[in-house]
Design a binder for this molecule. Structure first.
Ligand code: ADP
Length: 411
């Protein structure tokens, strides 16, 4: 089945056309036929597009709107010069990335009116993302009225966390009245790489004895503890701000420090939020960049603040990994994924520093060689294995969509 995967922001739309079925999903041979991005570039939108056996395309298309963006995507996908399918009816399903499913959505679902109400009900929890995800859905439904549409949530994988992992130690009625709890995000990525790790280990993912720790390290970053294929803890919380140091987000912080700062600097809620979400993390610590590659290059040239930012990033990650070994009572495999996890040997090496006591260590040559490809980086005979696994959230969205539309179970 050909599945159109959509990931919509308020002024951008990423699309990918993926061919998948049960066999290709099992063998990992599903194919991306084409992918593209339509994004607002200051009043006008630009399309970037590439497809198997076609020249990459870049095109300006007027003001950004989700509906025109979907129409443009379908036009290039079906055009005889640029396209990979003769007609839009070839598309068997549309899979949407939806950021927040709250407590209601524990798996991916076929979108109907009730699901739309549920996504709307969670807008307060993800005010920037869920409305854009819904706009993408409405645009796709208008342009592809006959294709079933599926929602795949960033949060749903973590709905298996037990109360001791998802509750904050606030008065319990704050959870009951306002739903203040930890949700976790990046679930699609953690789920994808944990599935690959189980394959590499030659064990069924749902083996209740299988203990995995997955690190998704991109501009946003999170760690997940997984037992028997189910998330039991993760570092992001009520919002994607908690946990690791990220490109521009501070991660864990004493909330009293923020209250103090709000008083000293006379910050309102919006300014305090911008401070923690946009001006902190690697950018805030280094004063130079949110981008790990830039910081690693600056560190090489002797920039001390770049070194400090990387040190805080790696140390925080190392503490989380160690604490999740405790949460799981041991670990069979650790996975590095995301732009930093997949491409940066020094960050992996520094994050594993001292964890050999827990059975986690990297072979220097294997670690150095693993860049952007699937690889084992632990030495032969290691107590716990360490893998680099490129994540592919779109592929998982396509597979979920195919399975739901085909009436197959076992998501
Ligand atoms: P997003 O979370 O936006 O999808 P990515 O997963 O692409 O982001 O990760 C972006 C991060 O990966 C950036 O900090 C970037 O510097 C980092 N990165 C990419 N390639 C390398 C590399 N070779 N070495 C170190 N960091 C890298």
């Amino acid at each position: 089945m050909k599945v159109l995967v959509l990931n919509c922001g308020s002024s951008s739309l990423k699309f990918q056309l993926i061919e998948t079925d049960e066999q290709t999903a099992r063998e990992g041979t599903d194919r991306t036929l084409a992918k593209g991005l339509v994004e607002d570039t200051g009043g006008t939108a630009t399309l970037h597009y590439e497809a198997e056996g076609r020249k990459p395309l870049r095109d300006a298309i007027g003001a950004f709107q989700h509906k025109t963006a979907v129409e443009k995507a379908l036009a290039v996908l079906t055009d005889p010069e640029t396209g990979v399918i003769p007609h839009k009816d070839e598309i068997g399903a549309v899979g949407h990335r939806v950021v927040h499913g709250g407590e209601r959505f524990k798996t991916s679902v076929l979108i109907d009116e009730g699901v739309i109400d549920g996504i709307e009900a969670n807008i307060a929890l993800a005010p920037l993302h869920n409305p854009a995800n819904l706009q993408g859905y409405r645009a796709a439904r208008a342009v592809l009225p006959d294709a079933p549409q599926v929602a795949v949530f960033d949060t749903s994988f973590h709905q298996t966390m037990p109360p001791e992992a998802y509750l904050y130690a606030l008065p319990y009625d704050q959870y009951q009245r306002f739903g203040i709890r930890r949700f976790g995000f990046h679930g699609t990525s953690h789920r994808f790489v944990s599935g690959r790790a189980a394959v590499l280990l030659g064990r069924p993912l749902d083996d209740p004895g299988l203990r995995l720790i997955t690190c998704h390290l991109g501009n946003g970053a999170s760690v997940c503890a997984i037992r028997g294929g189910r998330s039991v803890d993760t570092s992001m919380g009520f919002t994607p701000l908690e946990g690791l140091v990220m490109g521009t987000r501070c991660g864990d912080l004493d909330p009293a420090a923020l209250l103090y700062l709000m008083g000293r600097e006379e910050l309102g809620a919006a300014e305090a939020s911008a401070l923690m979400n946009k001006r902190s993390g690697l950018l805030g610590l280094s004063g130079l960049s949110h981008d790990m590659r830039t910081l690693l290059e600056a560190e090489e040239k002797g920039n001390d603040r770049a070194r400090l930012a990387i040190d805080v990033f790696c140390y925080r990650l190392r503490k989380y990994i160690a604490s999740y070994v405790g949460a799981l009572g041991g670990v069979d495999a650790l996975v590095f994924a995301g732009g930093i996890g997949e491409n940066s040997p020094p960050v992996r090496e520094r994050s594993l520093h001292g964890l050999d006591a827990l059975g986690l260590t990297a072979d220097p040559a294997r670690n150095e060689a693993a860049r952007g490809t699937e690889a084992e980086i632990s030495p032969d005979g290691a107590r716990s294995r360490v893998f680099v696994i490129p994540t592919d959230e779109e592929l998982l969205i396509a597979r979920d969509s195919f399975r739901i539309v085909s009436g197959l179970s076992g998501l």
